[in-house]
Design a protein around this ligand. Sequence first.
Ligand code: IPM
Ligand code: MN
Length: 366
Amino acid sequence: MKKKIVILPGDGIGKEVTACGKKVLEQVAECFGHQFVFDYATIGHEAIEATGSPLPDTSLEKMKNCDAILFGAVGHPKYDNDPSAKVRPEQGLLKMRKELGLYANLRPIKLFDELLEASSIKPEILKGADILFFRELTGDVYFGERGRKDEGKTAYDTMIYSRYEVERIAHKAFKAALTRGKKVTSVDKANVLESSRLWREVVQDVARQYPDVEVEHMFVDAAAMKLIQNPRGFDVVVTGNLFGDILTDEASQIAGSMGMLASASIGDTVGLYEPIHGSAHDITGKGIANPLASILSAALLLDISFGLKEESEAVIKAVEKTLREGYRTRDIADANTAHEKILGTEVMGNVVCNNARMLVNCQVAV
Ligand code: IPM
Ligand code: MN
């Protein structure tokens, strides 16, 4: 199979972890006889410094003309405490999602058994948890009308959804549920928000087309509580952009660490794959970031964009084997388990690559 992949490292640890994700893709190509052609593009703070724009047209053009995108992270502390900044790295990310029509953000929350002890939640509550989030990604307060009034003394952001936006993500969630536990939990705040009442109405309509799937509606505050009280009670969750952003960070604790969670953003054209974590400037350059979220994002890319199930499975199995062998990055190390081997980003990535080669009996020389 011949495919063109754009690597979009972005800022902070984005560069360090995508290097590992790319290496895994190279190994897979070699071992399975595929040809992946890589190209690089810039986004975020780095792009602002170089061109003044957080998403230059040249980057967007490359992305529109490839088969899949592996993305790192954007952000820089310089902007976090400067609310008056007119140009921000995150604008590049939002523009990219909108321009590429990436309206469905899939965030699988699955705990590797080896990491049961790494979470701050009790193992007996976590064991067996397996949730697939569908976060809507191109609507909501993220893209609604915003501004200031009263000479700048009042500010507003508009939470806005249209029927078709809810319909298309709901269909994706229900279709996925059919292949899993056959349950969809739709999360909203319909007791207060009009946009949530539309959301609920549309999900109820879509649900009628999937009689084999159990549907449940939950307010976001209750969902935030139930997620850590009984994570096994969830199968597929579908929710809006803002609620999904918040709930998936919370849910990352079910998987042990933010450093473990991969995501896929899909729509009608090209797919984009990225860790759910951010640029983490506090650890940038130290070589200690966890590359597994980027590597698992590469696995999602192989499966969803290229339909390469066996290759994708090999990558996931390689991550499992690496964890079983006791290798950890700092974020997932259990302070009580002395035998764990703590590795830096690059070495962790290399161990996964070697394990992937071993698992598929790859004879091609490195
Ligand atoms: C995410 C991030 C982004 C978001 C930020 C960086 C704009 O938190 O992908 O979850 O809020 O969507
Ligand atoms: Mn987020």
